[in-house]
Write a protein that binds this ligand. Structure first.
Ligand code: SAH
Length: 464
């Protein structure tokens, strides 16, 4: 190990920065954030650096560097583009035994800046010892996506109760078990979901020796239209901690594979006329599993609240007092439109967009046609394949032009995406000709023409 990672408490300590330009600015920002008092020496100092100096209660010295500038400083940063000067600063600091960092010159450093993931008070530092800073930054980016921003609040919660818990369990083992439980269970869930007060209440109850709540929790998660890359951070995190996953046909296998390996997977349908489980039984199963103390992910294609019956499922959960979270997902309209190169609204062509289901509860396709024929409104039809001939015919009959451009997008956002464009008049024919199957989204409106204008090509964006 070339460098030993240590975390430096700089609050109120004086730090010398030699240089007043861009590089000095980046370092000064970090130093000011950590509470250091800045002393910056350079013949010229940029406005932003001057602001930081002022904020830190420090001083600016507008001239060239001299050795005595080191006096009283606990850390030295050489941030100029003058290599001999940087080397001189490094040598002087080492002579005095004060830690020194020279930007972009690891050989001249006794300390180096890591890439940082800041979830204060939780801070993660990644370093390649100066050999491959880009690699360190890429790893940092991965960590950033993996650790939700609210993690810091979790550490804050632990900090507030640390002493009390220490008093309760003098034994280190017991203490460790206590905190492991907190960080991996419902208390952490609440805190990460932004329900700090409830997390604190549960933690107090745990400290008071109350039995933990035996009820699990249900996460209604929007899995997006198919491309796993379109999942949200929260969806992925909850998928990786759930004990059971209930999913339906619209959820792509590649997405299911991102769930915790040892989670139970339960298939609950649905295909038209092939409901593996009727909706009320799905609702009941969610309730039962949660009552057994399980953390249940209910994975839904797209967004749970858009033609996803998410509302019905949470109604049932609420009626039984079961805690739940709803995680929005990218709905098929947004996903398919983006991947097919069709902007849903456009200042010149469509001032509104309407999501419509082509499949009503009673099996008919009886829509409020008069509201759907305005030429400046984009229509997005979900579940519209079966009723398509009727839909096209009725739209034309009620006044939408037969020439209105329209698109069929099958399995949008996946590698199997297929897009066919035509008009309201010939859309049903296209379905038959190309053997278009569900899941397919239908987009009707002038905006469909923009796909050609944008010279969109198939697979332009699909990443799986
Ligand atoms: N909650 C989902 C919609 C469920 S209704 C969402 O927000 O996207 C099911 C209908 O959605 C399908 O019949 C189809 O019209 C549409 N759909 C869902 N995923 C799709 C995809 N990847 N490509 C095309 N259409 C899709």
């Amino acid at each position: 190990m070339e460098f030993l990672p240590l975390f430096h408490n700089l609050r109120g300590a004086r730090v010398l920065v030699v240089g007043g330009g861009e590089i000095a600015l980046r370092k000064s920002r970090l130093l000011a954030d950590s509470g250091a008092v800045l002393r910056v020496v350079a013949p010229e100092i940029g406005a932003e650096v001057r602001e930081l100096i002022e904020r830190s209660g420090g001083e600016q010295i507008l001239r060239g560097y001299t050795e005595s500038d080191l006096n009283g400083c606990v850390l030295i940063i050489a941030a100029t583009d003058d290599e001999p000067l940087n080397a001189q600063v490094s040598a002087d600091a080492r002579q005095r035994g004060v830690p020194v960092n020279v930007v972009d010159a690891p050989a001249l450093c006794s300390v180096i800046f890591p890439a940082i993931v800041d979830r204060s008070p939780l801070v993660i530092a990644v370093s390649s010892g100066g050999d491959a800073p880009v690699l360190a930054r890429l790893i940092r980016a991965k960590l950033e996506t993996w650790i939700p921003p609210t993690y810091g609040h979790l550490a804050g919660l632990a900090a507030r109760f640390r002493h009390q818990v220490k008093g309760l369990f003098p034994n280190v083992q017991q203490r460790r078990a206590f905190w492991e439980d907190v960080f991996q269970g419902p208390i952490a869930d609440r805190q990460l979901a932004g329900q700090g007060a409830e997390a604190e209440r549960l933690l107090r109850a745990k400290i008071d020796g109350e039995a933990p709540p035996t009820t699990g929790e249900v996460y209604l998660v929007g899995a997006g239209p198919g491309d796993p890359d379109l999942l949200t951070f929260r969806a992925l995190r909850l998928m990786q901690q759930a004990d059971v996953v209930l999913y339906d046909r619209l959820v792509a296998p590649a997405i299911l594979d991102l769930c915790r390996r040892d989670a139970d997977r339960v298939y609950v349908g649905k295909q038209r006329a092939d409901h593996a489980l009727p909706q009320d039984q799905i609702n009941q199963q969610l309730v039962n599993l949660a009552k057994q103390g399980k953390r249940v992910v209910r994975l839904k294609g797209g967004d749970p609240f858009i033609f996803g019956r998410g509302g019905e499922e949470i109604e049932e959960l609420a009626a039984h007092g079961i805690p739940f979270q709803v995680v929005p997902g990218i709905t098929a309209a947004s996903g398919c439109a983006a991947y097919a190169g069709i902007p849903l609204t456009h200042r010149d062509h469509a001032q509104s967009v309407r999501f419509v289901t082509g499949h009503l509860k009673n099996g008919s396709t009886d829509l409020p046609w008069k509201d759907l024929v305005s030429p400046s409104q984009t229509l997005v039809l979900y579940m519209g394949l079966i009723g398509l001939p009727v839909i096209c015919e009725q739209l034309i009959r009620h006044g939408r032009s037969a020439d209105t451009p329209a698109a069929l997008i099958q399995q949008g956002t996946t590698v199997n995406q297929r897009v066919f464009t035509g008009t309201l008049a010939n859309l049903p024919q296209l379905v038959a000709e190309h053997e278009v199957h569900a899941p397919t989204l239908v987009i009707v409106g002038e905006v469909v023409k923009l796909r050609e204008k944008l010279a969109w090509f198939e697979g332009a964006q699909a990443s799986v």
